[in-house]
Design a protein around this ligand. Structure first.
Ligand code: AHR
Length: 634
């Protein structure tokens, strides 16, 4: 294929072409990006998932029980654990309790910061330790001098530095005390909010797990869509993601039942999302609850005003100055400076529910009421409706839509021109996308593919290229979901898989990263202007690096021949240099990176090319591969 790239024409494209979407699915928050190591640290429960002792076990025969005391740690956290001497405890030595973490704990020689609340009289030391669950080997221990008061909850803090690395992540945290330090007649202590953090991303207190966050940062994302996804909606209308219950001291956060079959702590709350955005310089795309729950129930029109008020309060909390009530509250929490908030999405996937025959509550009143209230108070906010124009919704400009293609790779191939007819009045966010089903399968009538797989990723590359060709109308795109804890998950297609100590990069990660880290700020016309039967491309300038960029995906599934490309840029002469990066696979279309064996089927090759006497770069793009040529990095 001969492709000539013009030096003028084309369109300036969105400054946030790729981003991240986050919700607590697959333990992506608790037990994932949220660095807390203790599972079920506050015994929080709900009518959906009652309080329990998951994650906890007794040390030295102690008797563990849940108590709802008359003077709990806080009204948000009413249930605590009582740790008592029992006839099974040996008369010598400490008793206590152990936590097995989010299915293990990564123990290495670094500083762990811990804390716990205790109620009851005790004179002695507590001992906090990190141990092997297999051998009981102790990797590190610290004594914490008791500062207990009868009938009062007192917080104890400690730093624990293991003196050796654990050989694997099958480890536990234990907290023990000596029964000899209890007053006579007393045989137990009550504990709550037992917490342990390793060093976090950028050193934030209550922050993000470093290895996962650092991996996300390598994608050079530009925006963060949060908090969901379905997680925003909550399992029913009484348990939405309630932003004001996710802020402030951890002991004042009740947690809530998530929509993905587990209770969440909300330790990873609104401020933690905002700090994450600050630390990775991400534009905020805030999802506000639109009065629709995952069980399909929605709020009646007459009851909607408090939901609108809550959304307005949330926006004020984020961007209001300290003279506003919620801006003042934010300042009290230590954040006097407002965040910039320019994108607000009303709900999540409201085309899927909230209707009955002949009546769609989103179209009828939920969307219009939220829109009117937010637009009149914050006219500079770009509002986004949660359906897109591809979901049978007419979206009034300047409001944008949100499109969520979860597809077979062939669909991405067939839909390459889907965005070409969008007008300036059809701004669209791609708040979620990925290849989830194999070609020719039964789609949602079956399960998702078990892992992101090579041809799925090539399909995603075609999709990403199609968004950049129309990047003046596509606000940005984000893969979803991004994270999957391999010990408990509900959605198998994710960009990163992880366990307590390692992160696995999927095939889709490599492809997304190659495309997202070679930004085009202005696309340029090409001749031919569009794809061949198997090669899909976009070309443009990277105004920030003064470079020219060409991205292509070869979806050749018919023969094993590479496609020869002769690529010339009008503004380049003979001898110009460019770096060509090619992603191919060693394992064919269904190859995938398996966290259990730690393989990598992605083959990356990079070479520097020199333009020939006609000013053209000559190279081949193998079947089923993704290529990026960039003159800004030689
Ligand atoms: O990304 C997983 C789920 O897919 C999201 O929660 C939801 O928005 C979509 O249906």
């Amino acid at each position: 294929v001969d492709i000539a790239v013009k030096s003028t024409g084309g369109k300036k494209i969105s400054e946030m072409p790729y981003g991240l979407m986050h919700e607590d699915i697959n333990n992506a928050g608790d037990g994932g990006l949220y660095a807390e190591l203790i599972r079920n640290r506050a015994f929080s429960g709900s009518d959906v998932y009652p309080s329990n002792l998951d994650g906890w076990s007794a040390v030295n025969g102690a008797s563990l029980s849940l108590k709802n005391l008359s003077n709990p740690l806080s009204s948000a956290i009413p249930t605590s654990i009582n740790v008592a001497v029992s006839q099974n405890s040996t008369s010598v030595g400490n008793i206590g309790f152990a936590n097995d973490g989010f299915w293990g704990m990564n123990v290495v020689r670094q500083e762990y910061k811990g804390s716990f609340y205790v109620k009851g009289e005790y004179d002695g030391d507590f001992v906090a330790s990190l141990k092997s669950a297999l051998t009981n080997d102790t990797f590190g221990s610290v004594k914490v001098k008791a500062n207990c008061k009868t009938n009062e909850w007192t917080q104890h803090k400690f730093t624990l530095v293991p003196n050796k690395n654990a050989p694997n992540s099958n480890n536990t945290f234990t907290l023990t005390f000596s029964p000899k330090g209890l007053p006579s007649g007393s045989a137990s202590l009550d504990f709550n909010l037992i917490s342990l953090f390793p060093p976090t991303y950028k050193g934030r207190e209550n922050g993000l797990r470093k290895d996962i966050a650092e991996t996300l940062a390598t994608l050079q994302p530009k925006f963060l869509r949060f908090p969901g996804g379905n997680a925003l909606e909550g399992p029913n209308i009484t348990h939405p993601w309630q932003w004001n219950e996710t802020i402030g001291d951890l002991k004042d956060r009740p947690g809530r039942p998530g929509v993905w079959n587990y209770q969440t702590s909300d330790g990873f709350g609104l401020v933690e999302y905002l700090n994450w955005a600050t630390d990775m310089e991400l534009v905020l795309v805030l999802g506000i609850h639109s009065g629709l729950a995952m069980d399909g129930h929605w709020v009646n029109e007459t009851d909607l005003q408090p939901w609108i008020d809550s959304a307005l309060d949330e926006i004020e909390f984020i961007r209001g100055d300290v003279s506003t009530p919620w801006g003042k509250r934010r300042a009290e929490l230590g954040y006097p400076e407002p965040w910039e908030l320019k994108f607000v999405e009303i709900g999540n996937e409201d085309w899927l529910a909230g209707k009955e025959p002949g009546f769609d509550s989103y179209k009828e009143y939920r969307f219009p009421r939220f829109r009117e209230a937010i637009a009149s108070k914050y006219p500079d906010i770009q509002l986004i409706a949660s359906p897109s124009i591809f979901d049978k919704m007419t979206i009034p400009a300047p409001v944008a839509g949100d499109y969520h293609p979860y597809r077979q790779p062939n669909n991405f191939y067939n839909e390459f021109h889907k965005f070409d007819n969008l007008t300036a009045d059809n701004l669209t966010l791609v708040g979620e996308f990925s290849s989830v089903h194999p070609n020719g399968g039964i789609d949602w009538n079956g399960t998702l593919h078990p892992y992101p797989w090579w041809i799925g990723g090539v399909g995603e590359a075609i999709f990403m290229i199609s968004t950049e060709r129309n990047g003046d109308r596509i606000l940005g795109s984000t893969y979803a979901p991004i994270l999957r804890n391999m010990n408990r998950w509900q959605w198998s297609i994710c960009m990163l898989e992880f366990d307590a100590s390692k992160v696995t990069l999927s095939t889709s990660y490599y492809i997304f990263k190659l495309i997202s880290t070679h930004p085009i700020t202005h696309n340029l016309p090409t001749t031919p202007s569009t794809n061949t039967s198997s090669l899909f491309w976009v070309a443009g300038k990277n105004g920030n690096q003064d470079g020219l960029v060409f991205k292509a995906a070869n979806y050749n599934t018919t023969d094993h021949q590479p496609t020869p490309v002769k690529l010339s840029f009008e503004e380049l002469d003979k001898g110009a240099k460019a770096e060509l990066t090619l992603l191919t696979t060693s394992e064919g279309p269904y190859g995938y990176n398996d966290p259990a064996i730690g393989n990598n089927v992605v083959v990356t090759t990079r070479k520097v090319l020199t333009a020939d006497s006609e000013g053209a770069f000559n190279f081949e793009i193998p079947e089923l591969s993704v290529a990026v040529l960039d003159t800004g990095r030689d």
